[in-house]
Design a protein around this ligand. Sequence first.
Ligand code: ADP
Length: 630
Amino acid sequence: MLLVIPADSRRRKRRIFLLLSAIVIPSAVVILLVFHVVRQESELSERRTAEAQREALEQLRRELSARLQAIRLEEVNRLIGEAGSRLPPDSSIVFVARMIQDHMVVPWEDNRISQPPAARFAQIQAEGEALEFQRNNSAAAATAYGRALEIAHTPAEKCTALMLLGRAFRSAGRTADAERADRTTLHECATVADDDGIPQALYAATRLLDIRSNDGETEDYVIRQANMGRWRAPNETYMLQSVLRKISNPATTDALNRLAAEIHDMELITALAQSLHDQLGKLQRATRSAPGDLSWMGYGDEPWLITIVSPTSFAAPVVMAVSSRKVMPAGVTVQRAQSSRTVPLGDGFLDLHVEWPEGRFATRPGMPVILYGAVLFVVLGTVLVAAYLLLRDMHREADTVAMRAHFVASVSHELKTPLTSIRAHVETLLMGRAGAPETTTEYLRTIASESERLTRLVESVLDLSRIEQGSKTYRMQSTSLGEVVRAAAKTMEYPLSQLGFTLTLSSDNSEPTLFGDADALKQAILNLLGNAMKYSGGARHIEMRVGSAAREAFVDVVDHGIGIAREEQVRIFEKFHRVQSAETAGIAGTGLGLALALHVVEAHHGRIDIVSAPGCGSTFSVRIPLPEFL
Ligand code: ADP
């Protein structure tokens, strides 16, 4: 079997294929290019970020090393002599501690002033304590301590005796004497500690506060001690903390906070001293492996940066801890734990990882990507719109081709029908078979009407070709629209009556006169009237109204037929367009009537309005502006 594909359809397919390749291929290339550029851009920005991060890390390491080196040079030598003193709160150094044979001497131990008492003093003190605790004779003990005070030579002896005296007096019930002794201890023994590292004054303060909880002088002493910047023994710190808690003074809050921080540091230092071997083994090895360069190690939760320094080649090394918070640039933090947001600080720094502030290396890759996206969107959007318009045009063109073919068939049919009718009537007349004179008249009228239809059809085709060539002209002159309408009605009277139609013509008596081409206007109205007749379905009544309103002349052609769907109401004015539906099937037509009518009306600067709905009939309203001067 031979399959024959019509040339038209082949050409159409080829054109669609060409069109699609002209759109699809360049679009695909554009998309690929944009994706490629965007990927390259993002790779480049990732590389730039990595590079910036590497540089920043390098710079940070350099700055930090220089800073720490400066701290070491300036501060360490000065501090070794007074390792026990706490540095001011704004200092970057947390502590400096001597090392003796690989053991770290905690700073507060360096502070200890321990001078053994004279033998005589110690003997009297022992006698007093025996009386006080073994014989429970506080009064006798007080006398012994009094003697000890008399022979006391050093501040330590004096303060010990005073403190013991206060205690014994209190047990013996000599309250006034006890208070006097305790107050003297408070004034004179703030810096003299016992073997446990607790200042004698603090014992006196505890007793004074036990008697009078709001003793201003004692409170001042305790708060002053708590705020004092020096390393103190843990025992003293804990005792100070418990004494402070007894005082109900707002100033204690700050002091208590300070003590809590101090206890925290102290515990960390104690732990470091205990695990020095493990903690600093690595550090020492690292320092030894790179002599001259300091190595630093993270310790604690802040963390501290700790190192071992030998101030001079012959002096004992010291451990130095620097607060990382105070030496790091703003926003940058170091921590010991590694996480997805940190990078190792690198050479010379053990267990230390940097965390950069959020967005520090954020390049702005979003901008170009958005830009490319927008360009891509615009290009593709334009291409798609163009493609849609082109395809629609092609579709329309194809439709027009199909319609033209249909038009030729319709015109042939439309020509044939009246010709056949004319011929049949003429032949009957020629053969003298018409019979009665009324029948002859009837035949002749039919022949005239059919000839008129033929003329109209030929006129329509000619008009179309004139319009398409732009040579259609109108003979404008003063015209009565009422007369034009009546002439059209007259023309259609016979065919209408033949099909059983009644036509009502009404007027508002305004008799509008306009400047127009009467023949063309009549033709346009005849087209509307012809349609009303063709598309009336079962209805058999048509109305025509003529008149003027709002400076416009109007002619309404009203039928009660099949009506027109909303979406078709614009398209029916396109040439060759015919509504395809069950109701219109079998109704002959060329699809030209309305296109020509609209052309005529628009040539008169008018318009045609439609009010219609399927099954409810249609009203076509020709509206032409009335001239000002008529
Ligand atoms: P045709 O020769 O097909 O009548 P027209 O241009 O006069 O061509 O009309 C275009 C189409 O509009 C018709 O095919 C018909 O479907 C529709 N149409 C026109 N007038 C009416 C009407 N009064 N009622 C319903 N449909 C109509």
